[in-house]
Design a protein around this ligand. Sequence first.
Ligand code: ATP
Ligand code: PAU
Length: 419
Amino acid sequence: MARDGIEVGKLEEKELKLSEDQVSHLALDIGGSLIKMVYFSSSSSCSSDDQKNGFLRDGTSTSSGNLDYRVLSGRLHFLKFETSKISECIKFISSKRLQHYGDQSDDAPASDKHVVKATGGGAFKFADLFKEKLGIILDKVDEMSSLVTGANFLLKAVHNEAFTYMDGVKDYVQIDHKDLYPYLLVNVGSGVSMIKVDGDNKFERVSGTSVGGGTFWGLGKLLTKCKSFDELLELSHQGNNRVIDMLVGDIYGGTGYSKIGLPSTTIASSFGKAISENKELEDYRAEDVARSLLRMISNNIGQIAYLNALRFGLKRIFFGGFFIRGHEYTMDTISVAVHFWSNGEAKALFLRHEGFLGALGAFMSYEKKGFTHTAHQFTEQHSSVAKSPPFCTGDGFESSTHADVKDNGCIEFRVQVRN
Ligand SMILES: Nc1ncnc2c1ncn2[C@@H]1O[C@H](COP(=O)(O)OP(=O)(O)OP(=O)(O)O)[C@@H](O)[C@H]1O
Ligand SMILES: CC(C)(CO)[C@@H](O)C(=O)NCCC(=O)O
């Protein structure tokens, strides 16, 4: 399945046509590499049926007989576009009339309907462009805060959101809401941010590294001539990193350095073999280069993440950002790095909606009558989440084995909205 952002846009089209008039609350995360878009479409807005069905059973107001809440059944839609092709994103928004879907609360002033929550550096960089082309005013939401809000929402509200991946085995992890904090959130976008999360809106960005997804894609493009990120990722599947990486065994004459715990197969120096071999770049297979590069960057991120977890005594490290792409080798390399350096004490966890944390966080920041409250209700009462929480194979979620996987990139749920 194509993973390109525009393809996802196309996949979503059908969905959008069906519910065009009920779309609301568009939010954007405009990053260095990708633009992420989230919007809500309500398939129905009801109270009595759902009340009968027990969906409001936990609502304090409703249980006292005073119907302060109504239930919105709907979907969160996820799309992404390459930032370098921002005009395609603008075209998409325009063709679907999404620019009218800022704050859709009944009591929001008309002017707010064109105010769209946006996070990421592009919310600053492209503010004028969005105003000029779409008449949208981007209401900037802090990037780190959005990442944390998005991650907390997913971890509390969405069943089977987090999983471990090691040695080809994927295990979903049930998160105990009362035992979620503290954790380290590592967002691997173009660059990498490492955030210690202590609660809702309680966080500190404790570290970061410029060696991230942009490095993999940028260097990979130069070294392999690949035309797309997916091509580079695909290529790495077929490669063998040992052709280019210098292993401990290469240095120690075939044996390991057991005294300090280094087997002969451990990479001593990424790309190190290129020093001694009298070869040009063209003499190496592009797939081997792609493999070494992916391994080098993933391993480095895993190691730095662990060191930061160690600094603060954190046992759980959640990795998000679109560099991950649910890609097995990437996740495996990160997991092995965390496992190795922590002697098995710390765990790398991945998120099914990995790249959408910031966009979800921006979405949650619609305040009037809205989704902050809704998200709260939703998380507090996630027993009322639609029975088949859902996901999302459309883009990056292919590795899911969930029985209710959908192919349109949506989360289905019911939310309570304050009247
Ligand atoms: N289709 C794609 N095109 C480009 N990069 C992709 C694609 N899919 C995944 N990636 C990877 O995802 C990274 C971007 O991830 P993400 O969208 O989370 O970050 P960002 O918001 O663009 O960056 P930052 O937060 O640093 O501004 C890219 O640098 C690349 O490694
Ligand atoms: C600059 C941001 C926050 C933009 O998303 C990101 O790309 C990042 O965290 N880069 C790493 C910067 C550093 O801490 O070295």
